[in-house]
Each structure stands twice: as C-alpha cells, then as structure tokens.
Design a protein around this ligand. Structure first.
Ligand code: ZN
Length: 277
C-alpha cells in the first residue's frame, strides 16, 4: 500500500501502517508493532501433509486452483506477543488431536462407545476452545483466497476481543462439535480442508474446517444455542464425544466436497499413501 502522506498522517490513517516500514497494527492487540509472518493454520497442523520436498496441498471445496504451498499459508498479522499467546493454546490442541487420532494418550482418557463414537475426557477446555476459535478468527481476517469463505462479519471483532482478553466463552457460546474422518476404517491426519459456511435452522451460521483429520463444526453465535443436546459439543468439564465419519461420504455427487475426489487431488493422495508405506 503506498504511503504518500506525511509520516504523521500515515500513522493516523487507520490502515495500520506507520512510519517504520516494519511496524504495523497487530490484528489481535491493535498495538503498533513489528509483525510476524503469522500462519492462519499453524504449521504444526501441516506436518503430516508435507511431502519429501516439504510441500503440502490444501484443498478447498469451492476453489479449483490446486497449488502446492511450502510453509503453510501465512501473512503479516500478529506481533510476537500475540503469536506466543495463540501458540500456547495450539500446542495443547495439537497434542490432543495427535493423541485422539492415535486413540492413545497419557493425558486424555479415550474410550470407544458403540456406533463408532469416541468419548474423550480430560480435555483442557480453555486451551482447546481458544485454539479452535483463534484458527477460525485468523481464517476470517486473512486476505488469502483460500480462506475467503470464512468471513465472520461482526463476530470477527467479538472474537478478537475474546481472544485478546482471554475471555473464555462458555460451552454454549460458539459451541464446537468434533468428528473424525476415516478412510476404510483408517484415520488419516493428512488433511486440511475448507468448507463454505452453512446455516443451521436459518438462524445460526455454521463454519467447518478439517485439520489433522478432525472436522470442527463451530456454531458462530454467543447468545443462541442450537436446539441440540449439549453433550454432543465440547464441554467445560473437558468431555468431548467424537463421531466417526467416512471420507467417502464427502464425495457424494450432491456434496460440494466431491472436489476431494477429483482426479488431481486423488493422485496427490495416492502419492501420499505411497510415501507412508
Ligand atoms: Zn499483538
């Protein structure tokens, strides 16, 4: 963005730019600081996706351009302090997702129920919830094309305050459902997938994303709770029921996610399966 006015004018222009080229307004704390290359989805969640050339292939159901990325998707968004704050939550989320994926944990209690439902106990609600919401929020503020369906409207600023001040939402605010994807009964962590937003009963906006083989369904509202049993969501007690879904179901003809099984993507996955052998 050109900076044509006086330094002072630029400093107060409201576009986030100030006199030093490296100093901009941090999107989380709103302070003028040096910004980092912030990952929208932390690189830690891409680790299973990279091939030997350290490339990954994010897929979005709505877009056709497939291109490799080499260091996740990032942009100048956050200062070092805010990066640090978010990474503390993400470490917990990643550790939990790895353990849940493996069905084995030293910290979590993971038990199998009928109908392929997992019960997970001892989740650290605060870190887990804030990590998921911080990913959703970063997807909303990102200018990257891959995340353009994740605009949160007024909830962008609400979530910024929530995350900045670590105001922990209750289990009935921004409730989160988690499910697990399997292909032929096998769990794969190697999938990051974006979805278009949907509506629940014409009132609630629902955003979804898959990271580390887990689908997160987030009801984007802080006052209206969906007409669903609270137990299916992440609970403040640290309890979480996780249903299993089949990858193949993403590919039904009607599904916008049929994209996943388009030939180019399929080839990519065939290659990945070879690497893991
Ligand atoms: Zn900051």
């Amino acid at each position: 963005m050109p900076c044509t006015g006086s330094w002072q004018k630029a400093a107060t222009s409201g576009d986030g730019y100030v006199s030093s080229r490296n100093q901009m307004k941090c999107k989380l704390c709103n302070e003028i600081k040096e910004l980092k290359n912030s990952h929208i989805i932390s690189e830690t969640f891409y680790s299973g996706l990279y091939d030997k050339k350290h490339r990954a292939l994010p897929i979005h159901s709505e877009y056709n351009d497939l291109s490799f990325i080499q260091k996740g998707i990032y942009e100048k968004l956050l200062c070092a302090d805010c990066e640090m704050k978010i990474s503390k939550w993400e470490v917990v989320l990643k550790r939990d997702l790895v353990d849940i994926g493996n069905l084995h944990s030293k910290f979590l209690k993971i038990s199998k129920h009928k109908n392929n439902i997992l019960q997970v106990e001892n989740i650290r609600y605060k870190e887990f919830k804030l990590a998921v919401l911080s990913i959703l929020w970063r997807m909303s503020i990102s200018s990257h094309e891959f995340f353009r369906s994740y605009s949160l409207g007024p909830y962008e600023e609400k979530l910024r305050k929530t995350l900045h001040n670590e105001l922990l939402p209750t289990e009935r605010q921004y409730p989160i459902l988690v499910s697990r994807y399997e292909l032929d009964g096998v769990f794969y962590s190697e999938l990051i997938l974006g979805f278009p937003p949907s509506k629940y009963e014409n009132i609630l906006t629902v955003q979804q994303l898959i990271i580390w083989g887990h689908c997160f369904t987030i009801f984007v509202h802080d006052r209206i709770f969906p007409n669903l049993p609270v137990d299916i969501f992440l609970r403040e007690s640290g309890n979480l029921y996780i249903g299993t879904r089949r990858f193949e179901n993403l590919a039904s003809k009607e599904s916008v996610l049929a994209r996943l099984f388009d030939k180019d993507v399929e080839t990519m996955f065939e290659k990945k399966i070879e690497w893991t052998k």
